[in-house]
Design a protein around this ligand. Structure first.
Ligand code: HEC
Length: 114
């Protein structure tokens, strides 16, 4: 037997031992646990499926969560309009002009000061 073959055999034996040890490892060592996490759903997306909710979900979630909006106090319609305009013009949110009043109206409907 050449020295080269001997080497190969020993290496093969080593691999077999490692594989054997790995497959013999107790199964519970690899068991992952699942936790149930309750998150406030209102801070993930804007509630509802009307045009305002759709527009807010399309144009207000690329920089911050809905929570940034939902945790604000109830505001008047003109304040919401100013806020959406601020996001568009100051923060450079890519909101189509015709969606600005739609979003403001929607925000007023869910967080409006009557
Ligand atoms: C281009 C990024 C961007 C988009 C898109 C965006 N915002 Fe913002 N918004 C910001 C940043 C940045 C702040 C934090 C400002 C600060 O820290 O002073 C912020 C803060 C706010 C605040 C907290 C009050 C304030 O004025 O700081 C509200 C409310 C808000 N955004 C509403 C919205 C709404 C509604 C939309 C969709 C119409 C929207 N944002 C889309 C960047 C964005």
């Amino acid at each position: 037997m050449t020295r080269y073959t001997m080497d190969a055999l020993l290496r093969g034996l080593g691999v077999a031992l490692i594989l054997g040890a790995w497959s013999a490892a107790p199964a519970h060592a690899l068991t992952l646990k699942t936790e149930t996490v309750h998150r406030p759903s209102s801070t993930r997306v804007f509630p509802g499926d009307g045009p305002g909710a759709k527009a807010a979900n399309s144009f207000c979630l690329m920089c911050h969560s809905a929570g940034m909006v939902m945790t604000q106090p109830d505001l008047s319609k003109s304040t919401w309009l100013a806020e959406v305009n601020k996001m568009k013009h100051v923060m450079k949110a890519p909101i189509p002009e015709d969606q600005v009043p739609v979003i403001a109206e929607y925000l007023y409907s869910i967080k409006g000061r009557k």
